[in-house]
Design a protein around this ligand. Structure first.
Ligand SMILES: NC(=O)c1ccc[n+]([C@@H]2O[C@H](COP(=O)([O-])OP(=O)(O)OC[C@H]3O[C@@H](n4cnc5c(N)ncnc54)[C@H](O)[C@@H]3O)[C@@H](O)[C@H]2O)c1
Length: 392
């Protein structure tokens, strides 16, 4: 029995195209699942962007108004890949219309928006998924399994860091990520929501945080409606400059409910790292380290009877690691970033077809937003903040 699922994507930028490509791949990669995703419509206020995305991936139609797709009876999933400012409005309208909701991270601009989305999703009884794709990396899933099986002993210390250079050049144009009205906060949720989600995946609930943040590039030349944050400087220096109203970087100390300690940080303005999303998880018996720039490897330390030969060893991903074998029968050839989106799309479609529930649903989005909100609050007050008080 083939299950047809109609999809609308809202936001035809980087993520809109990545999600469209992912849906296209699902029936080819999981043919036995009998899922037939139909690309019904793509909406973007910049109609030309919507049209280009529709043509590229074969959507039936494009529109400048997301309301058109929310009211379309042939749409089952509304997948929100626009700026954070549209997440809540579109997700709530979609859930009220009985549509399943896929939403890119962060779930809304603020904790309140995340909670509003989650409660509407709950009330409507629809399925939800938030774009925490890094939890799906085969090597990362493997690490989590090792931790759950107790192979690292008691987890004591966790470091998670996301350093990127996309905003390094002060002459690179202004995009929505630099605007608090569109983004909410900056590195704290743009990169930080990935950091927090990863940290909790490895170490469980974060109980309290202390943090500080900074904005280093305080103004940027005006861009256009479709300016990507990857755009580099262009044109003269006489362009109007707009104030940056979101943070470029944060650092946080955290205490997990388990008692483990953690250090979380992110920056979008440093030279050197490109997408250096790294973690180290250190236990009483073993340890693991991972880096997105080397997504298919982990450095693993497990107890060795011989002290003289004990130490970290490099483990390369292969079909014995979760989800890897779907992409390649042989170890060492590696998955790419887009493959994570394909796995993510499959999980959503599988849940909608009556299979396993999504594991990063709207409630996960609220949880992450609560920690991000605590980091923001702690950096404002320069005092330790309990996450629980914010989530309740
Ligand atoms: N999971 C990940 O790894 C990951 C990576 C990048 C971005 N994201 C998230 O995805 C979302 C989109 O980011 P991006 O980098 O693709 O942005 P982008 O700037 O490349 O694209 C955003 C698009 O949304 C469109 N848009 C703006 N307002 C709209 C509206 N009202 N209705 C419809 N479309 C509208 C813009 O015209 C643009 O084409 C953000 O929430 C971001 O945090 C997640």
């Amino acid at each position: 029995l083939v299950k047809r699922i109609g999809i609308a994507v809202v936001g035809a930028g980087w993520m809109g195209n990545a999600h469209a490509q992912a849906y296209r791949q699902v029936p080819r990669m999981w043919p036995e699942a009998g899922i037939d995703p139909r690309l019904i419509a793509v909406a973007d206020t910049e109609l030309r962007a919507a049209q280009a995305t529709a043509e590229r991936w074969g959507f039936n139609r494009s529109t400048a108004d997301w309301r058109d797709v929310v009211s379309d009876p042939s749409v089952d999933i509304v997948d929100i890949t626009g700026p954070n400012s549209i997440h809540a409005e579109v997700a709530i309208a979609a859930a009220r219309a009985g549509k399943h909701v896929a939403c890119e991270k962060p779930l809304g601009r603020t904790l309140d928006e995340a909670k509003a989305i989650a409660s509407e999703v709950r009330r409507a009884g629809v399925i939800s998924q938030v774009g925490f794709n890094y939890r799906l990396v085969p090597a990362v899933q493997f690490c989590r399994n090792l931790i759950d099986a107790g192979r690292l002993g008691r987890v004591l210390h966790i470091q998670v860091s996301f350093l990127s250079d996309f905003g390094r050049d002060p002459e690179a144009p202004f995009s929505w990520r630099y605007d608090s009205a569109a983004a909410g906060v900056g590195s704290m949720s743009d990169l930080g929501s990935h950091v927090v989600e990863m940290a909790e995946g490895l170490g469980g609930t974060i109980a309290e945080v202390a943090a500080t943040q900074a904005c280093f590039v305080t103004s940027r030349p005006e861009g256009s409606a479709t300016t990507s944050h990857f755009e580099r400087a262009s044109g003269g220096t006489d362009r109007k400059r707009l104030p940056v109203t979101t943070d470029d970087a944060f650092v946080a100390s955290v205490r997990f409910a388990s008692g483990a300690l953690g250090v979380l940080d992110a920056s979008r303005v440093v030279a050197g790292p490109k997408s250096s999303f790294v973690f180290g998880v250190y236990g009483s018996e073993g340890a693991a380290r991972w880096d997105l720039e080397r997504m298919n490897e982990i450095d693993l330390y497990l107890p060795d009877s011989e002290e003289s030969s004990s130490g970290f060893r490099r483990v390369v991903s292969g079909p014995t690691h979760p989800d890897f074998g779907r992409f390649s029968p042989g170890p060492g050839v590696g998955l790419g970033w887009q493959d994570l989106k394909t796995i993510e799309a499959f999980r959503l479609l599988r849940a909608i077809s009556g299979g396993e529930p999504t594991d990063a649903d709207a409630s996960r989005g609220v949880r992450v937003a609560a920690v991000v909100d605590a980091i923001r609050g702690a950096s404002n007050t320069q005092a330790w903040v309990s996450v629980k008080q914010r989530e309740d």
